[in-house]
Write a protein that binds this ligand. Structure first.
Ligand SMILES: Cc1cc2nc3c(=O)[nH]c(=O)nc-3n(C[C@H](O)[C@H](O)[C@H](O)COP(=O)(O)O)c2cc1C
Length: 199
């Protein structure tokens, strides 16, 4: 039995290729680990607002110095951090938007990459506080970024790998449904990505 957290960030609902790919990873994990618990976070229908001044200050304030107002402001961020700590497997479904991650996913990251909670500063530099977890990326892209001339523009996946490593998660797998904007490739892109799933 495993705890599975599936985070989705495409505005395209059930049509979304990254969401479908993420669901296929979830299904595979559940079939390998019967009785697993699944938590789904839909960042489009339930987004974290972009950081404003109050939220930024609250996020950077040590817990014992928080005001009551700041504690309330941090409730949802705290819940998101707890969900990360509970999960054994974290599946991140993301559409590539303008060579980057969807902005709703960035807002969620801004609420879970937290000093004193998911990483700490030590004399040797920052240290990730999560361990024993695996991240599975389900990315959907119009072009091809795993290889060829566009590979130099593959910013989203290395960014995600770095940010999860920063909080201590080094077990990182990537599944790509790519070429969705290329007529000769789009039809089979999702099928091919699903076939490659190995959890
Ligand atoms: C606003 C927007 C920006 C996009 N930017 C890119 C891009 O930079 N590179 C790319 O390969 N595809 C890009 N695409 C295509 C999407 O990555 C592709 O349609 C993918 O299927 C989206 O994932 P989804 O099906 O999960 O929503 C973009 C699509 C949209 C709507």
């Amino acid at each position: 039995m495993k705890n599975i957290l599936h985070v989705t960030s495409s505005p395209r609902g059930d049509e979304s290729i990254s969401t479908q790919l993420g669901r296929a990873i979830v299904s595979e994990l559940i079939s390998k680990n019967p009785g697993s618990e699944l938590v789904e976070i839909d960042l489009v229908n339930n987004p974290f607002p972009h950081l404003d001044g109050k939220q930024t200050t609250a996020l950077r304030t040590p817990t014992d110095l928080l005001t009551e107002e700041q504690k309330q402001l941090l409730e949802r961020s705290n819940e998101a951090v707890r969900q990360l700590f509970t999960a054994d497997h974290i599946i991140i479904s993301l559409p590539l938007h303008n060579f980057g991650i969807a902005s709703v996913l960035k807002s969620w990251l801004d609420n879970v990459i937290r000093a004193g909670h998911t990483f700490s500063y030590s004399s040797e530099g920052p240290k990730g506080l999560l361990s024993g977890k695996k991240v599975h990326i389900a990315i959907a892209t119009g072009g091809i970024y795993s290889d060829g001339p566009m590979a130099a523009l593959d910013f989203a996946v290395p960014y995600l790998e770095s940010i999860f490593k920063f909080i201590g998660i080094t077990d990182f797998e990537v599944y790509r449904a790519e070429g969705l904007g290329i007529p000769a490739l789009q039809e089979k892109a999702l099928e091919k990505a699903i076939e490659s799933i190995a959890v």
